[in-house]
Design a protein around this ligand. Sequence first.
Ligand code: GYE
Length: 331
Amino acid sequence: MRKRNRTLLPVLAGVCILLSLTLAGCGSQAKDSGAAGSGLVVGFSQLGSESAWRLGNTVSMERAAEEHGISLVVDNGMQKQENQIAAIRSFIAYQVDVIVFAPIVEDGWTNVLQEAKEAEIPVIMMDRVINVKDSDLYTAYIGPDHYQEGVNAAKFLQKKAEDMDQETIRIVEMSGTEGSSPMISRYKGFHDLIDRDERFEVLETISGDFLRSKGKECMETFLRKYPDQIDVLYSHNDAMTLGAIEVMEEHGIEPGKDIVIISVDGEQAAIDLLKEGKINCVVECSPMLGDAVMDLAEKIVSGQEYPRITRPEESCFTEYDDLSGLQPRGY
Ligand code: GYE
């Protein structure tokens, strides 16, 4: 296994102390598992903590690192790209064995990834993807197919439309963080099917930034602008959906009946509402990527073959399915 030369560490001690102080100041945590294992040091730049999905993802990374005997330094970017770039630079200065990052948006990563490449530190991109001309700027990617999630949402709606007996079905769409790959792909996957199907009209798409609080605001806006016109809500994540449902109920609207609701993620809270009939479809997007990430980090460092792209298996839960045997979601 080609690990960083840890004998360099005494030389780097100053940097390390500085790093831990800096990281402590900006919400980073170094977890030394103590378990026997590969002994790798992995720097993980998480983009924030906007949703239960994100929290589940962070926990999955921490647990897997512990099981693999990997020391994981986690930095929470608090929803800001500049924080993530600073964290990646700290990981380069520290000479971690592998850098993992969940990029908040698609653009703006070329320079810092070039620095990681020059320092010969492998970079695993997790969950979201980036837009760079030179795809050698990252070593591998692990994450869901967000385009397919949009397609799954559309396919459910096309099936549901057969029961709705309406000439035109009007949709409002709450999208995720502007410029982020799940926002772009969930929009595209859905629109590629729905826009060419004459039964549907998308009234408007507004970004709710993947946040429950903004989901509430978006729903208020939709209800004000399109009173009695909305047949369907397509929401890019469960957190925004939960906010929207709260608003619908305040307005005396029955979620899942008066307005058909399609959500993405598969948090336990959304599955519970699907079972209650308040959501009609939950497209799964799994945050449980930690184990696959740690396996990949070990393979890369030890020079074994590894896949450049790894996709977790994902499903789609709908009101047409028997959900009685569904295992607790864990997020
Ligand atoms: O759907 C949302 C989260 O990037 C797939 O980010 C992820 C999305 C997820 O905050 O809940």
